[in-house]
Write a protein that binds this ligand. Structure first.
Ligand SMILES: Cc1cc2nc3c(=O)[nH]c(=O)nc-3n(C[C@H](O)[C@H](O)[C@H](O)COP(=O)(O)O)c2cc1C
Length: 156
C-alpha cells in the first residue's frame, strides 16, 4: 500500500559538530527518498519544538558528549518529547560515537529509554564515528522498519 494518500510527515532532527552524525543522517535521508512521504531534515537549532506533535514520525540523530551524555543542544528536544503528548509518534534514534569512551553512544541509550516510554519507539542504531559501506544496509533496514511501523499505525 502506498503512503501517498496520507501526506505522511517525517522529521529528521539532529546535531553534529564534526560531521559524522550529519553523514549518517544524510544516508538515512537518501533512503527515505524512496518512500512517498514528506521528509524534513533539520538541525536542532532550526527545529521548532512546538511542531513535534504535527509529525507522524521523528528520527533523532545525536553524537555523544562528556561521559556518555546527550549534547547540551539536544536536551531541549529530549525534554519536549517527554513533556508533550506524543503517544502517536513513531520514533527512531541514531547516533555516532567512539568506542574509546566507556559509554559508547550513551546519548542514543538515553534517548532510547525516554522514547520507549513516551512514543512508539521502533528502531535504534549506533555507528562508530563515520558510517562505512557495511553500515548502508543497516540504514536501509532502519528506514524500512520505521516506514513499516508508521504505515501500520496509519492503517490501524
Ligand atoms: C569531549 C568528547 C567527549 C566524547 N564522549 C563520548 C562518549 O562518552 N561516548 C561516545 O561514544 N563518544 C564520545 N565522543 C565521541 C563523539 O561522540 C564522536 O566523535 C561523534 O562521532 C561526533 O559526532 P559528530 O561528528 O556528528 O559531531 C566524545 C568526543 C569528545 C570530543
Amino acid at each position: 500500500m502506498a503512503l501517498t494518500n496520507y501526506n505522511t510527515k517525517v522529521a529528521i532532527v539532529y546535531s553534529s559538530i564534526t560531521g559524522n552524525t550529519e553523514e549518517l543522517i544524510n544516508l538515512l535521508f537518501s533512503y527515505l527518498q524512496s518512500y512517498s512521504v514528506t521528509v524534513m531534515k533539520v538541525k536542532i537549532e532550526d527545529f521548532n519544538l512546538q511542531t513535534i506533535s504535527e509529525y507522524d514520525a521523528i528520527i533523532i540523530g545525536t553524537y555523544t558528549w562528556g561521559n556518555g551524555e546527550i549534547p547540551v543542544e539536544m536536551r531541549s528536544l529530549y525534554r519536549e518529547v517527554e513533556r508533550q503528548n506524543v503517544g502517536h509518534l513513531v520514533t527512531g534514534v541514531v547516533g555516532t560515537g567512539d568506542r574509546f569512551y566507556p559509554h559508547f553512544c550513551g546519548a542514543v541509550d538515553e534517548f532510547r529509554d525516554m522514547l520507549y516510554v513516551h512514543t512508539i519507539l521502533t528502531a535504534t542504531m549506533k555507528i562508530e564515528l563515520t558510517p562505512q559501506q557495511q553500515d548502508h544496509s543497516k540504514c536501509e533496514k532502519f528506514v524500512r522498519l520505521l516506514m513499516e511501523r508508521m504505515m501500520g499505525q496509519r492503517t490501524a
